[in-house]
Design a protein around this ligand. Structure first.
Ligand code: APR
Length: 181
């Protein structure tokens, strides 16, 4: 575990399974249809139980899902987390299609939603770096920078955790954090 203090809060990097965290909200790396999938999306839906797909289905019907870079919120179902914030990261298409900005938007939209719900703690997975193919060493600095800027300009959420699923992912995020300071 690694921890960095910013003006209004703390960023923690941990290796683990995001479905086990006891925080106000965990973030899901979802798709635009909010239809569930593999990776972290599958793990979150399995751990939360059927209420999650039902709520996602209602959001799909009401507003057609969630655009890339956006975020929507549901309850946490059977999870320890009270809420799940579903964000849709960009699919990597070579880096010239606005991917960096959209990835930044994903973290920003999720943090804005957490702020609107006055949530104190939020946990993120490494968005877009699995099935969506975003190179890890390019995604990590964007995640770190967006989160750090939020912690330096807003009081809520005050505890932000990046939950990395493997040691390799953790090491890449730690390197990005250290090179940013
Ligand atoms: N906890 C934390 N991180 C996890 C977990 C878990 N339980 N399971 C997987 N991960 C990690 C992966 O190792 C990867 O680093 O989440 C990161 C993101 O990978 P994906 O889950 O594949 O997400 P993404 O690349 O954003 O692709 C999203 O995949 O599952 C579908 O419906 C989803 O279409 C969407 C796409």
């Amino acid at each position: 575990m690694y921890q960095q203090e910013s003006k209004y809060g703390t960023l923690q990097l941990v290796v683990g399974d995001i479905t086990e965290l006891e925080v106000d909200a965990i973030v899901n790396a979802a798709n635009s249809a909010l239809s569930g999938g593999g990776g972290v999306d599958g793990a979150i839906h399995r751990a939360a139980g059927p209420s999650l797909s039902r709520e996602c289905g209602r959001i799909r019907e009401a507003r057609g899902g969630c655009p890339t870079g956006g975020a929507v919120i549901t309850g946490g179902g059977d999870l320890r987390a009270r809420y799940v914030i579903h964000t849709v990261g960009p699919i990597w298409r070579g880096g010239e299609k606005g991917e960096a900005e959209l990835l930044r938007d994903s973290y920003d939209s999720s943090l804005s939603l957490a702020r609107r719900y006055n949530l104190g703690s939020i946990a993120f997975p490494s968005i877009s770096t699995g099935a969506y193919g975003y190179p890890l060493e390019k995604a990590a600095p964007i995640a770190i920078k967006t989160i750090t800027e939020h912690l330096n300009s807003h009081r809520t959420p005050e505890r932000i955790i990046l939950v990395l699923h493997t040691e390799e992912t953790y090491d890449t995020y730690l390197a990005a954090l250290n090179s940013q300071r």
